[in-house]
Each structure stands twice: as structure tokens, then as C-alpha cells.
Design a protein. Structure first.
Length: 176
């Protein structure tokens, strides 16, 4: 199931280039620092030229959200295809968030315009949680706990000296 069973929007080579630069800038500076003007400058074009490919910053955000859900879904599905367990799922979830922390934050905090996403993408990316626990309410609780620990770890908000590995182990054991 690591292949995405949802049709994602086609991208032109120029759109892909713009989004690669946007993603890199978001990862280094955060979403709020991204502007169409700085994006255009890095690409060596004028800002109005960007609007021919992506009509707004919101359109860039939507495309990055699609990438984030696809990336997380693929990682989680791959993990549970190899080992269908809560620990395997959590390892993949944690690693994917650590690999692209700002993209993770973009996809998991703030309002989400679900209508702008390809139908079924969000559900598909979260389905591995249900697959390993078999209950939708427990799956949501597991995701919420994983998200909370992920954000605390990414933001360095756990108390000094915390055993983060042990915390992840306890989380996995609590739901396994």
C-alpha cells in the first residue's frame, strides 16, 4: 500500500521546481518566512511569473500539504508492511517528522482546508494507525499521542535529561 492509491494533481516541471525551492525555504526558515517575492528571487524570476504556475501562497501551501501527507503516508504504510506493529509505525512517523520538521508542522498545526486536498489523501495517510490497532478511536488517540510527543521532541520542550527513547518506547507499549 506504499503506492498512493489516490490521484495526485499533475505538476509541470516548473511547478515542481518552484515547490522544491519552497519546500527547502520552509524547512530552513519556516512557513511564515516564505513569500512569493523571496521565492521568485531565489528562482531568478519576477514574482508575477510565479502566479502563472501557482496562483497564490495558499496554492503553494496546498501543494506542500499534499507532499507532506503523501510522504508521511508512504513512510507509515511501508513500515507496517514490513512489520505491522505500533513500534514500527511510530518509528516511521517519528523519523518522517524529524526528516522534514517544518513540513510536518505545516501539515499538523493550524487550520486545514480539507477540500483543497485530493479526496482520500488525508485518510489514506492516517490509515496505518487504524490498521495496527483496529479501532478508530484508539487510532486517533495513538496519533494524538504520537503527534504530541513528536512536537515536544522537535521543539526541545521535554524537560532536560528526559529519556526520549524511553518515552517513545512507553508510548508504543501503551498502544501495542
Amino acid at each position: 500500500m506504499t503506492d498512493i492509491p489516490i490521484e495526485l494533481p499533475a505538476r509541470s516541471p516548473r511547478q515542481a521546481e518552484i515547490l522544491a525551492v519552497a519546500r527547502r525555504r520552509v524547512e530552513t526558515e519556516g512557513w511564515d518566512a516564505l513569500s512569493m517575492r523571496t521565492l521568485a528571487a531565489e528562482l531568478g524570476i519576477r514574482a508575477p511569473s510565479l502566479y502563472k504556475h501557482l496562483p497564490s501562497k495558499d496554492a503553494v501551501r496546498t501543494q506542500l500539504l499534499i507532499d507532506a501527507f503523501a510522504q508521511m503516508g508512504q513512510a507509515c504504510w511501508h513500515a507496517i508492511e514490513t512489520e505491522a506493529s505500533v513500534p514500527a509505525l511510530l518509528r516511521a512517523y517519528r523519523a518522517t517528522a524529524a526528516e522534514s520538521p517544518e513540513l510536518y508542522r505545516l501539515a499538523t498545526s493550524g487550520p486545514l482546508d480539507r477540500g483543497a486536498l485530493p479526496e482520500g489523501l488525508e485518510e489514506w495517510s492516517g490509515q496505518p494507525f487504524f490498521t495496527v490497532v483496529g479501532n478508530p478511536v484508539i487510532a486517533q488517540a495513538l496519533w494524538a499521542a504520537a503527534h504530541g510527543l513528536t512536537i515536544l521532541e522537535l521543539d526541545g520542550r521535554l524537560p532536560p535529561g528526559s529519556d526520549v527513547e524511553a518515552a517513545w518506547g512507553e508510548l508504543a507499549e501503551a498502544f501495542d
